[in-house]
Write a protein that binds this ligand. Structure first.
Ligand code: R5P
Length: 283
């Protein structure tokens, strides 16, 4: 497979290619004096099976993957798979208020146009798939999270809301322990409220897992409840660590360990999913 990665996912792409027959091509990215982006993909891709990787959470990342896809399509490859480890905008898959842009639709249309398939990693909500113009698959990275915490004697895997319960249960099933979720209400984009002030966690080693850590509001509030309920140890994990406004530092103070996967690069992205991803994509 011929792999082309945008800058944000380059490290992950390098790890995915390691030990496989896949070839990583370089991308020239620079800015014109007026700030416009220039993209050139290296190598001959005509008739080849190509994997294009990039995250869509930043303006720059989104533009970059759209331009890279365009450059690849120009070369008439046999097939293109678009791998979006962190599919940004998935939370806006509908208009919550009149007049809003359904940004997940815009992003998905751009990514899925003229490609064979789109692969995401634990996308926040697969509702975005209905906007796609190609086949979509969501890879679940629960196994790597479970293996990372294998030696921590986890008694309970807790989801901070019902949306994350599927992930918590998948992790718990691998570890052979119990799982549960908490009732969260979102007040606004930075504040959440819990309907409960207690969970059954007395004396337990708890692994708290969510799909995304953004401002950290969810994890900080749920950790306080789990701690107040008498948990012995609290470990925090997520698939995607955005860590807005130094959320990582605040969370780190409240738990024994904070570790997220490397869909997004950060100081805490020490759960490497490159091996599982390259296996899944048969690289
Ligand atoms: C929401 O439903 C998601 O699963 C996460 O819980 C949320 O995105 C986390 O956001 P924050 O870290 O800002 O609370």
């Amino acid at each position: 497979m011929h792999v082309i990665s945008c800058s944000q996912t380059l490290k992950l792409a390098e790890s995915m290619c390691k030990g496989t027959a896949s070839q990583l091509h370089s991308v020239e990215k620079r800015r014109f004096p007026d700030g416009e982006m220039y993209i050139r993909v290296d190598g001959d891709l005509s008739g080849k099976d190509v994997l294009v990787m990039g995250n869509t959470n930043t303006d720059e990342g989104l533009l970059e993957i759209v331009f890279v896809l365009d450059a690849v399509k120009e070369q008439k490859p046999a097939s293109i798979t678009a791998l979006v480890p962190y599919f940004g905008y998935a939370r806006q898959h509908m208009a919550y208020n009149p007049g809003e842009s359904i940004t997940a639709r815009v992003v998905m249309k751009q990514i899925s146009n003229d490609v064979k398939r789109v692969v995401t990693v634990n996308i926040h909500d697969t509702s975005s798939f209905k906007f796609a113009e190609s086949q979509c698959e969501d890879f679940h990275a629960f196994n790597d999270i479970a293996e990372h915490f294998r030696d921590k004697d986890i008694d309970l895997v807790m989801a901070p809301d019902d949306g994350a319960y599927k992930l918590a249960k998948e992790v718990a099933d691998v570890l052979g322990c119990k799982s549960n979720f908490m009732n969260k209400k979102r007040v606004n984009s930075t504040t959440v409220k819990y309907d409960m002030d207690h969970v059954d966690a007395k004396g337990l080693n708890v692994l708290l897992v969510d799909d995304i850590i953004s401002t950290g509001g969810t994890i900080l509030a749920s950790t306080d409840i789990i701690r107040a309920s008498g948990a012995s140890k609290i470990y925090v994990s997520a698939i995607h660590g955005l860590f807005i406004n130094a959320a990582d530092k605040k969370i780190k103070e409240k738990c024994e360990e904070l570790s997220v996967t490397n869909t997004l690069a950060s100081q805490y992205s020490n759960i490497d999913i490159s091996g599982s991803l390259s296996k899944y994509l048969q690289m």
